[in-house]
Design a protein around this ligand. Sequence first.
Ligand code: ATP
Ligand code: TZP
Ligand code: MG
Ligand code: MG
Length: 265
Amino acid sequence: MSFLTKVRENNPLVHNITNIVVANFSANGLLALGASPFMADAHEEVADIAAMSGAVVLNIGTLNDYAIESMLLAGKAANRHNVPVVLDPVGAGATAYRTEVTHKLVSQMQITALRGNVAEVAHVVGERWSIKGVDAGAGDGDVVALAVQAALKLKCVVIITGKEDVITDGRITYVVSNGHPVLTRVTGTGCLLSAVVGAFLAASGGAWLEAAAEALSFYGVAAEIAANRTRQQGVGSFQTEFLNQLALLTPEVYAERSRVQRLEQ
Ligand code: ATP
Ligand code: TZP
Ligand code: MG
Ligand code: MG
């Protein structure tokens, strides 16, 4: 059975501490997929919610000190209850504050999967890569080598997205070439992806790497179909159709269009 089917059958609760830009889009995307979103950041309840969830997704997009404490409380509770944790280090490297917060988060909890653009992942592990706000800048470094280095350092799955996506646990590496450039013209597609990874991890039974690779490929195929259906319209129509496809894409059509390559080490 595909992880996609497991997500839809299990309807996992996904606890999100996320940014104000993408909260609604992320909740709707998770619902469309077949997961159950819970957006909550109050210090009084985040540990309880993390403990009862199938996954916790931490996103630093609109960061402040209150949210950092929420993330520490939720992440530590998730670790105590063996709940997988996804970190989206939005804008790491853009400011010292963001970079330092990501270092604090990864040092005080065990992350299960780190998902970011290449610049963000580089800065989480102390490397350099140009960044413009929350978007990756140009660079000519070896993305696969960076992902492997980050995975070994953080002992987690690392997902670097862009035109092609790299997913690795440091030993086995997949490259996913599904997706569509229009994803870069809708805000929050990276953030929703991190939440979708959380839903797949929740339904994975511990097969983190394989579930993450399927999540990336599924997401990319949904975007390809949505882009094709709305190519005469604009990005607003794409955004709506993308939510439709997260719900409508079947495991059979997904399997036909999936482009996942396992790299030889
Ligand atoms: P950034 O802020 O740098 O855009 P992000 O957090 O929004 O980063 P992306 O790297 O844009 O995250 O990844 C979000 C989704 O968009 C992923 O599924 C990725 O595969 C897809 N994607 C990004 N760029 C392209 C592209 N040029 N062509 C196809 N798919 C892309
Ligand atoms: N500003 C702060 S968070 C955010 C913006 C525009 C959303 C970023 O979303 P994504 O998924 O990284 O494009
Ligand atoms: Mg993007
Ligand atoms: Mg992002």
